[in-house]
Design a protein around this ligand. Sequence first.
Ligand SMILES: O=C(O)CCC(=O)C(=O)O
Ligand SMILES: [Mn+2]
Length: 203
Amino acid sequence: MDFAARLDPCECLTNADSKLYPRCFAQHSAAWFKQLQRLDWNSETLQMYGRRVVVPRLTAFYGNPGVRYRYSGTVHIAQGWYPLLADIRDHLLQVLDLSFNSVLANFYRDGNDYMGWHSDDEPELRASPVIASVSLGAERPFYLRHKENLYDPYHISLPSGALLVMGHSTQRLWQHSLPRRLRLKGPRINLTFRTIDQRGAGT
Ligand SMILES: O=C(O)CCC(=O)C(=O)O
Ligand SMILES: [Mn+2]
């Protein structure tokens, strides 16, 4: 993967076709975190095994107006870009030479909030999406496991300002998760920039 060649040296997760740039946005991270706390955060519910459960984090979806993305069982329609999110998108275009039409933001209020094992493999992301993930706020561990080797996950740490670029085969072959850390009190924001194909969008 050489699309991120212009960035500083990084930790390459060659097995998982991903690259981590731990300090990519470190100098902006405190200011960005403060501003992005003002996004229009939502608490979502999800139908699971016949009952409704509250999603254990807050979410917000932004992007080109009209972009539709189904996650947590609901179709979300982007109404536009929050200015700072558009700036970060443009920054990613500069350093990665990749363009994105939307961003899913997660707010983890403390270590009780988490995201379970999954791949970002919704049909509207197409078969081999590249996803750029920006972490801000509390440092949290992030786990990856190969779909054919579920009992041998490995973990990386995502400090404030880190950029993790998940490459073409990551979602097809791997799962990832952000587990609970009960003693952790600090909040964290994660931004996953995505390209959503409207032809595959759910209703
Ligand atoms: O919070 C993170 O680092 C991961 C978020 C994620 O996997 C997602 O939004 O699909
Ligand atoms: Mn994900």
